[in-house]
Design a protein around this ligand. Structure first.
Ligand code: IMP
Ligand code: MG
Length: 178
């Protein structure tokens, strides 16, 4: 079992690169089919989703745009519950079909905040595509339209996900060893 150490914690591999990439291609095929002719705008939530957004967007075969929004809600391995918007939106999303790209949906607090703020800009539609979803941790009612993988309620890193800012660079996803 491949293990890594990031800062003071040990992690073991839980999702290899090829599995991640295969699933992202499937998601891109589905999204390209569902949004044919709609010229959607993909909205990547930084920092965590930058790798997912990049790999997914490369596999999109229809006319589409991509832009990014930055929020923060995590410090260390526990959620703070506090979410703040760091980079704002503009009018470009009015009357457009928006697909939010998240690396992971955990409690759903971040997602709910984003949805609330986004609706104020009057997009034509908003859907959510997340690479990872922790169903046991999810506390909200917002429907998640596209899910890559449902995973156990454990702390993970790699493939854009971090532990105190580190570990984003791994191509595979790793789970914290308790
Ligand atoms: P939520 O608001 O609780 O749904 O948390 C969403 C955000 O928390 C994600 O966009 C990630 O940045 C971060 N996050 C949630 N779970 C993990 C994890 O297991 N590892 C690293 N970051 C996580
Ligand atoms: Mg994130």
């Amino acid at each position: 079992m491949k293990q890594i150490k990031v800062l003071d914690k040990e992690f073991e591999i839980s999702m290899p690169e090829d599995v991640i990439q295969k699933r992202i291609k499937e998601m891109a095929v589905k999204l390209s089919k569902d949004y044919e002719g709609k010229k959607p705008i993909f909205l990547g939530i930084l920092n965590g989703s930058f790798m997912f957004a990049s790999d997914l967007f490369k596999e999109i075969t229809i006319e589409a745009q991509i832009t990014f929004l930055k929020l923060a809600s995590y410090q260390g391995t526990t959620t703070t519950g506090a979410v703040k918007q760091l980079i704002g939106l503009n009018q470009e999303i009015k009357d457009q079909h928006i697909i939010i790209l998240e690396d992971i949906v955990d409690t759903g607090i971040t997602l709910e905040t984003i949805m609330r703020q986004l609706s104020g800009y009057l997009p034509k539609s908003i859907k959510i595509a997340t690479l990872l979803f922790k169903p046991e941790a999810y506390k909200k009612d917002v429907v998640i339209d596209y899910i890559g993988f449902s995973i156990p309620n454990e702390f993970i890193l790699g493939y854009g996900l971090d532990y105190d800012g580190f570990g984003r660079n791994y191509k595979d996803i790793y789970t914290l060893i308790e």
